[in-house]
Design a protein around this ligand. Sequence first.
Ligand code: PLP
Length: 391
Amino acid sequence: MSETRGLYERYVMPTYRPGPVLVRGKGALAWDEEGKEYLDFAAGIAVCQLGHAHPAVTAALREQAEKLTHCSNLFVNEWQPRLAAKLSEIGGLGGKCFFANSGAEANECLIKLARKWGAPRGKFEVVAMEHSFHGRTLATLAATGQAKYRKDFGPDVPGFRHAAFNDLDAVRAAVTEKTAAILCEAVQGEGGVIPAAPGFLEGLRALCDEKGMLLFFDEVQCGVGRTGKWFGFQHYGAKPDAFSMAKGIANGFPMGAVSAAPAVSDVLTAGTHASTFGGNPLASAVALATLETIEREGLLENAAAMGARLADGLRRLAAEKGCIRDVRGLGLMRGAELDRPAAPVALALREAGLLCIPTGERVLRFLPPLVVSAAQIDRALETLAKVLPEG
Ligand SMILES: *Cc1c(COP(=O)(O)O)cnc(C)c1O
């Protein structure tokens, strides 16, 4: 066992079962402490959109660190308003943003927005989807539609109901006169890479308009270019009142954000919500550099093209190997559902030099950086062809 691994085992709480010690990366490649090279189709769980060590990210980090790292939200920094304007534009909601440090914290903002908006209307409940994932804080755990994450952490925060994803009748049945908002992922990530069915998000929009409720999308995993559009919901014909994002927004520098439509942009007023680190100059500068680089390098187009190449390859493999039951996803958020537990297969792939992330028991999830090349997609498919059992 290496010294690093030894210290990890001794001093870090065992909330994870991590793989090798990674020490270095470049684009879609990463290396562990023994020098072994991996094709990184985990990308920090859909975080490193520009891959590892992108010079634009490094430059933004270095320049801002030499200028002003943090000043709190008691002062305005140069980058946060510019980032907010950019998110308002690319998300298409045209209103204002709130900045936080993680996906869970961004979703907490949505939940508090729902409650504050709902308070004068006598509404506070949030209806979320079964098999959803919204985070590990107590409120976002209560929103998460998977009981396994809540086990032993009760009692649950009250005010959440769940309905079957992609089932409008079930959502309608879960809504009460106390429902303030519906919360939904455009593509469920931790639930097994399941895109919203055609018409579902549009149906949620119509239901919210009919009943006087807010519609929120959790774009933490499927947002920021991951699916080949800026945000997952943009593949559909429905706009939310607000949406959360985090993972990919600053290429690995911790940040979360909520973008809102004008009608709900001023619900959270001075003193009602805050975050010490949220949107600090360093995080905001890196996020803005990340978004501008995605644009400049045409990475939405690359994500769409490489995502299609990966999906085609996975479907070809599915035809050859009996062990793949289904291939799903959008852009560079792809899942292959197996006929067996995915974790041992992911382990064998890692041994063969390909990192991916199992999800929902039987699904291998592929989340390469948006800079991934056709040759790297083909190399991943070759590794899969070698390692996947005949089934
Ligand atoms: C990862 C994730 C979260 C939680 O984000 P953290 O940064 O880990 O708090 C919330 N929602 C979705 C859809 C996610 O994938």
